[in-house]
Write a protein that binds this ligand. Structure first.
Ligand code: NAD
Length: 697
């Protein structure tokens, strides 16, 4: 069949495209007024090589000239576009009429099914596939729709660089199965898929220089390649392929991201018919359920964002927001991806957010043996902060112990037990969960599930507090701490030296004496400065009462370290009467355990500071076991370290003058972090006052 194209003069073009586009020719403004004359030259050139039909311009449809964005024609069928963001425009009725009169069977995507027209398609007859660009104007689901309509194999390619939002700007068929493409416009999977199907001799990766000048918008007709831009290098590649570039001046279109392929809609395109039974499925899909004690819009948003970021699509099949108390919110979502491998990866990510893939019967977790001490098997499941269960071979579910993030699950099927272990602690022969089958993650707040009183801290949990809200936050924290102490639960404090500098340490002492601290975690500095203060009344050489540096004060902290080193430990220094007051004196007297983790900043260090970080991490982890509340006081380093090893359900009260510490903690998915952005000395003062008001000590 003789190549035939449909074109439409850009008479009303200026109404549609008032702004500048990204590409332009040097010395040529690409002014909109040049459009009619540039278009006419293109039409004349094209008419010499192909049969050209003209669609009369329509005042009501000013964008008609860019025909490739409004429809796809192949094998006597015309599929009208419905691009995301724009929807069906005024061009649709004009084209519907024209195609029907021209004898085409007109097909339209259903409402909400986004399809960007020929601008997102490239037929590859040699390989019998239709490449489909998705991610911007076109949705992934359009692939299945097109495969059905055109009875052909569709290969979806995800475009991630929004500068090349339409496939026509990053993939160009040049005839004979050869293609020009810009690899960086696609995600990794799509680029691999394209390169797997097209052998190296038949593809050419255009440079960024050619790509941004929209070289891929060129149109191949027989041996001629109509283009408004091609570098020398690209011209020579085209020459080697037996193509003759014919340069056109189309600057007023290029400035609006349009080129020869946008302006000329191929009416003679054909696709290779493939029987539906032989056709590869365009989409792999699985349904995933989410159930939470109450509806968490954030959860849904996160899941949606995650699926899209990975290149899949997600629709909610049913949503029951649990308006009635005592009922769970339930969401069932259908997840779709271009292939099973990607779908598996996306579903595994959703499982870590609490999703449970639908299956007729429970699928047991897959286990693989550790082959080398300290190394997890390939494909291991990485844990989150959320309470997790594992399905054993007999279909029963067991909870896992020592929940924390960034660990792996070790299962002992005989003992019916499962525990989270860090990779470095794995031993050869242990069985580790791989993949995400048979995993159920409960993203709800544990405390809520236990006491059935949702939202104690709901007012704070999703945003960082402002100063105005500090008092209210402290009230709530005090009340919760008081309740935990009443039931003899554990409260752990993790604090940095700022507590001492700001005069907060005496309040921590009072909390310790009143039974509010089960363990204290910190670094070298908090102990050094507390002991310095006890010995010399200074913290970093500054007199805490007068707020002024004292003469020779710069020596105080190392002298304090030296004094403790002479005694052998902080406890020994207290017992020998060297340290007679202060926070650490109180901790020793009250027999409250403390763990000091070392860092590269440490002076000394004190004999108690654990410089082996693996050892320090596991001592921290032991100390937080069973904690209901952890106060994270003004130490970015230690607060984030503790946050990473704490399971969901533990209240993390994060007090810092800088909101970024709390934000970092919340990013790990903790709904239980309570950010209090304020001076830690003021916080502790206020907290102690509130606790005194509650009484009982
Ligand atoms: P860090 O930078 O990790 O955290 C300090 C945090 O305190 C910051 O997030 C900051 O925003 C916050 N902050 C500052 N002023 C505040 C205020 N008035 N109220 C509330 N928050 C305030 O530093 P770090 O945790 O103090 O120290 C990191 C490591 O270095 C620790 O291991 C520590 O022991 C060690 N260190 C050792 C020495 C020493 O040995 N001489 C001295 C300093 C730090």
């Amino acid at each position: 069949m003789e190549p035939t194209f449909l074109v439409s003069a850009p008479v009303y073009f200026h109404r549609q495209f008032p702004g500048p586009g990204m590409a332009g020719e040097p010395g040529d403004s690409g002014h909109i007024d040049l459009a009619p004359q540039q278009w006419a030259a293109f039409r004349d050139a094209l008419s010499k090589r192909a049969s050209v039909r003209e669609l009369p311009p329509s005042e009501a449809a000013p964008a008609l000239a860019c025909l490739g964005r409004h429809a796809l024609a192949a094998d006597g069928k015309a599929v009208l576009a419905n691009p995301r963001g724009a929807g069906r425009g005024p061009e649709a009725p004009v084209l519907r009429r024209w195609f029907a009169e021209a004898g085409f069977q007109v097909v339209e995507p259903r409402e909400g099914l986004w399809f960007g027209g020929a601008a997102d398609c490239a037929a590859d007859l040699e390989r019998g596939v239709l490449w489909l660009g998705y991610g911007h104007a076109t949705a992934l689901e359009a692939g299945e729709f097109l495969a059905g309509v055109l009875e052909t194999e569709v290969v979806p390619l995800r475009i991630v660089d929004e500068r090349f939002a339409r496939l026509e700007t990053c993939l160009c068929p040049v005839g004979g199965g050869r293609v020009l493409y810009y690899p960086d416009a696609f995600d990794e999977r799509s680029r691999r898929e394209l390169e797997r199907r097209v052998p190296p001799a038949e593809r050419y990766a255009v440079s960024a220089h050619d790509a941004v000048r929209l070289a891929c918008l060129g149109l191949a007709v027989g041996r001629v390649f109509f283009t408004h831009h091609a570098s020398r290098e690209l011209e020579s590649v085209l020459g080697e392929w037996g193509m003759r570039p014919e340069a056109l001046r189309l600057s007023s279109f290029a400035r609006r991201d349009a080129g020869p392929r946008t302006l000329a809609l191929d009416l003679s395109a054909t696709v290779r018919r493939v029987d539906s039974s032989a056709r590869r499925r365009v989409l792999a899909r699985r349904d995933v359920d989410f159930a939470t004690p109450r509806f968490e819009p954030r959860l849904l948003e996160e899941a949606l964002a995650l699926v899209h970021a990975e290149g899949g699509s997600f629709h909610v099949l049913s949503l029951d927001p649990a308006r009635r108390p005592q009922r769970e919110a339930r969401i069932t979502a259908r997840v779709e991806a271009p292939d099973e491998e990607l779908l598996d990866r996306i579903v595994a990510l959703l499982v870590s957010k609490g999703g449970v893939p639908r299956a007729d019967a429970p699928t047991p977790a897959r286990l693989a043996a550790v082959e080398m001490d300290g190394v997890a098997p390939e494909g291991f499941y990485g844990t989150t902060i959320y309470r997790t269960e594992v399905c054993l071979g007999d279909g029963s579910w067991i909870p896992i112990a020592r929940q924390r993030m960034d660990g792996v699950i070790v299962v002992d099927p005989a003992a019916r037990s499962a525990v989270v272990r860090l990779i470095r602690d794995l031993r050869a022969g242990e069985l580790v969960v791989v993949g995400s089958d048979g995993i159920a993650v409960h993203v709800a707040r544990q405390q809520e599930e236990e006491d059935g009183a949702p939202g104690h801290f709901a007012f704070m949990s999703s945003q960082v507090s402002s100063e105005r809200r500090v008092e209210t936050a402290v009230d709530k924290v005090a009340w919760e701490m008081w309740r935990v102490r009443q039931r003899e639960g554990r409260i752990v404090v993790c604090a940095g030296p700022v507590v001492v500098h700001t005069g907060g340490a005496p309040y921590l002492e009072k909390l310790a004496r009143a039974g509010y601290i089960s363990a204290l975690l910190g670094g070298n500095a908090i102990a050094v400065h507390d002991i310095e203060n006890s010995l010399y009344g200074t913290s970093l050489g500054v007199n805490l009462k007068q707020g002024a540096p004292v003469h020779g004060g710069h020596m105080h902290h190392i002298t304090a370290i030296n004094a403790v080193r002479r005694c052998g430990s902080i406890r020994a220094a207290v017992e020998q009467g060297v340290v007679r007051s202060g926070l650490f004196h109180t901790l020793v007297e009250e027999d409250i355990p403390f763990v000091l983790a070392g860092s590269i900043r440490d002076d000394g260090p004190l004999p108690d500071t654990i410089m082996d970080l693996v050892e320090a991490q596991s001592r921290y982890m032991d100390a937080i076991q069973g904690a209901e509340i952890i106060l994270l006081l003004s130490s970015m380093l230690h607060s984030i370290g503790v946050g990473n090893m704490t399971p969901a359900g533990v209240r993390l009260v994060c007090v810092d003058i800088n909101s970024s510490v709390a934000t970092k903690l919340m990013d790990r998915g903790s709904l239980d972090a309570i950010p209090v952005v304020t001076d830690v000395g003021l916080f502790l003062n206020l907290l102690w006052r509130r606790l005194q008001e509650l009484g009982g000590h």
